[in-house]
Design a protein around this ligand. Structure first.
Ligand SMILES: [Zn+2]
Length: 685
């Protein structure tokens, strides 16, 4: 496990791994031809001039786009991000279909990704095989008869990517970023987050009932009589509720101190003595004398469950999680049932995405750095790297200026903050050295086996890092990904080639628009190094308090203002944003836009821009920023995002940030007291 700092620019509305890989969102009409370049809407396709920009800038900047871009039936959200992702997937599809169509030619990599994709789109073979590819695993679960055989099967399933009871991985030691140690964390739930098991509002109660019905239907599809399936589903719900009770909530997990508990294997064993750790730890390659147990209470709870529950209960629970994790790779009836609950009910998506799209994503997820090579050749090139580096350097210079001049910091803290900034490494586009998948066997007509081998390869690769020097060149996202991240333990910012394209970076636009868009993205990631989590890690990536107490206090007062501001935004009539959960992302949005604006202003001093379409350069900067966030989403997707995702909804990412910038009010001649120009505002960076 890598401790995810949610440095991501935009989170998927889908909360957990199985779902992300499952039938995901899809496109509206025919996607644009990859060769013809993107069709950009221009201001007339974006802006709604009937709205006063000082009343609601998001609606002003996005109004026409929002009207013209309803949510397609096979998505729960349609945003500018998705337009770009759509284009990327079309490019990937062309690469994969060419490779799949020529199984005997091309390089070893071409053949591997082509065969993988070919097996995935071959629904006839998948349907014909039924559950046969999983039969050996079902048999192993059925043979569980004591604690050692249960512990061994949990290890096997985890290596296959099944979320069996808890999760195992590796990561840098919080207090010593040069060391990689094993991580054990809570897990094993089928609903998105622990609170889903306990909330008492009608929507949540209804969702739990639907979940239990879904679990029962999956058991029925594998051949159980209805009565037994219903009883098994009740057992799953009972056990997951107990696991959820022992779990830490998503907001508490944002505090690094809450998820850092290094201990010896003996101490781990003492948390849940009934589990066979002597057998389990070597089976998952969790070497070493120090293991981080992110959520110790969870393991205590799990230990108590082992004493209390029958092996039959555990077998039922593990069978469900195996079925659940593999559902997207199984015959159509399982895929459909999985879609019905996890997409239709949970996110409001009406139809499934076409098979090819799901298979493109699965290939990207399992063999991403093999597929990414051809993508980068077609889309990025060396000039892509150079133009991005220029923007990154400008934004870093703006951050330096900010750190040198903020009036609330003592010289000691300021010095260390500057040291941290100077130590940030920039990773742009794609890895210098590509991952070698030669050990992953990929066979025609073997979708389940191919995915299983690729997943085990990745699991073992992660665990093999324990005790070895940290590889700082490694990427946590594949090149076509439309996203970006900051990693506090590596102290680096990462921008995959997938996001460095329109509407984030548009070669034909002037720097006003580009700095408002990609400039704000770069600023966002850089600011993560100094948000409420990131500031707790030093230049070397160690979790340590390098702040003078009075500076920490000043910081917290400023951050609280942001927390309160966003905590008041209304997601649904009965739901508000969680100001604490979204605090780090909101600080990054606010700081990032300010840095981008400072860099833009500096450029303007040397290269005056003229008005375009009646908009000043300053106005175009803010239109560029708002324009990348235009989003239509279902009520279900909004609820899910607010409950589980550290990113605020798009309209708040725009308006919540802009109301804190007097430069915005000035650019649009808003008067103090208008909604977009409040009398008081918040500022951290
Ligand atoms: Zn972020």
């Amino acid at each position: 496990m890598r401790f995810c700092f949610c440095g991501l620019l935009v989170g998927s509305a889908l909360p957990f791994a199985q779902l992300i890989a499952a039938p995901p969102p899809a496109p509206p009409p025919a996607p644009p031809d990859a060769d013809s370049g993107p069709q950009l809407p221009g201001y007339s396709g974006m802006v709604d001039r009937s709205i006063n920009p000082c009343d609601d800038f998001y609606k002003y900047a996005c109004g026409t786009w929002l009207k013209n871009n309803p949510i397609p039936p096979d998505r729960s959200r349609w945003a500018r991000f998705d337009e770009l992702q759509e284009r990327n997937e079309t490019i990937l599809r062309a690469i994969l279909e060419k490779d799949a169509g020529q199984p005997d030619s091309g390089s070893a990599i071409d053949r591997k990704i082509g065969t993988f994709y070919g097996a995935c789109v071959d629904v006839a073979t998948v349907d014909r095989k039924g559950l046969e590819p999983l039969q050996p695993e079902f048999d192993r679960i059925r043979a569980i008869h004591d604690l050692p055989s249960l512990s061994a099967e949990v290890a096997r399933l985890q290596r296959m990517g099944v979320d069996a009871v808890f999760s195992t991985g590796s990561g840098q030691d919080f207090k010593d970023a040069t060391k990689v140690i094993a991580n054990l964390d809570q897990g094993g739930l089928g609903l998105p987050e622990r609170d889903y098991y306990f909330k008492t509002d009608p929507t949540s109660v209804d969702l739990r009932e639907k979940y239990v019905k879904h679990v029962a239907r999956m058991f029925e599809l594998m051949g159980e009589p209805a009565e037994k399936a219903a009883a098994d589903a009740a057992t799953v719900m009972k056990m997951e509720t107990q696991l959820a009770k022992a779990s830490m909530d998503v907001t508490s997990r944002r505090d690094p101190a809450n998820v850092y508990h290094p201990m010896t294997p003996e101490k781990v064993a003492a948390l849940a003595p009934a589990f066979d750790w002597k057998l389990f730890l070597p089976a998952v390659h969790a070497e070493g004398q120090s293991i981080n147990v992110a959520a110790p209470d969870f393991f205590t709870g799990m230990g108590a469950m082992l004493n209390r529950l029958s092996f039959d209960d555990w077998k039922t629970y593990l069978t469900w999680h195996l079925l659940h994790a593999e559902a997207r790779l199984l015959p159509t009836k399982f895929v459909d049932e999985n879609f019905n609950f996890y997409a239709k009910t949970l996110t409001g998506q009406k139809e499934q995405q076409p098979r090819w799209k799901r298979c493109v994503r699965l290939t990207d997820s399992d063999l991403g750095e093999a597929l990414g090579q051809a993508y980068v050749q077609q889309t990025f090139g060396s000039e892509g790297k150079a133009r991005t580096l220029k923007i990154v350097n400008d934004i870093e210079a703006a951050m330096q200026q900010d750190l040198e001049t903020v009036d609330w910091m003592t010289p000691q803290t300021r010095k260390l903050a500057l040291e941290k900034l100077h130590a940030v490494a920039n990773k742009i586009g794609y890895p210098d050295k590509w991952r070698d998948y030669s050990k992953v066997e990929v066979l025609p007509g073997d979708l389940v086996g191919n995915d299983e081998r690729a997943t085990e390869f990745e699991f073992d690769r992660q665990m093999a890092k324990i005790g070895k020097p940290v590889d700082k060149t490694e990427w946590g996202m594949t090149p076509p990904t439309v996203n970006a991240y900051y990693d506090p333990q590596m102290n680096n910012i990462n921008f995959p080639a997938g996001i460095l394209q329109p509407p984030f970076y548009t070669a034909s636009s002037d720097f006003a628009t580009n700095y408002g868009a990609v400039g704000a993205v770069v600023g966002h990631e850089l600011t993560h190094g100094f948000d409420d989590q990131g500031r707790q890690f030093d230049a070397a990536g160690n979790f340590t308090d390098w702040w003078q107490p009075e500076d920490a206090k000043a910081y917290e007062t400023r951050a609280k203002c942001i927390e309160d501001e966003y905590g008041n935004f209304q997601v649904a009539p009965d739901v508000k944003e969680n100001g604490k959960l979204t605090e780090g992302e909101n600080i990054a949005d606010n700081g990032g836009l300010r840095l981008a604006y400072a860099a833009f202003t500096k450029l303007m001093a040397g290269d005056k821009l003229t008005d375009v379409d009646g908009y000043t350069p300053q106005q175009r900067f803010f239109l560029g920023f708002a324009g990348m966030w235009c989003t239509n989403d279902t009520p279900q997707a909004r609820r899910l995002q607010a409950a589980t995702n550290p990113h605020s909804l798009s309209e708040f990412r725009v308006n919540g940030t802009l109301v804190n910038m007097p430069e915005f009010a000035q650019a649009w001649s808003c008067k103090v007291g208008q909604p977009m120009a409040p009398k008081t505002n918040c500022r951290v960076w």
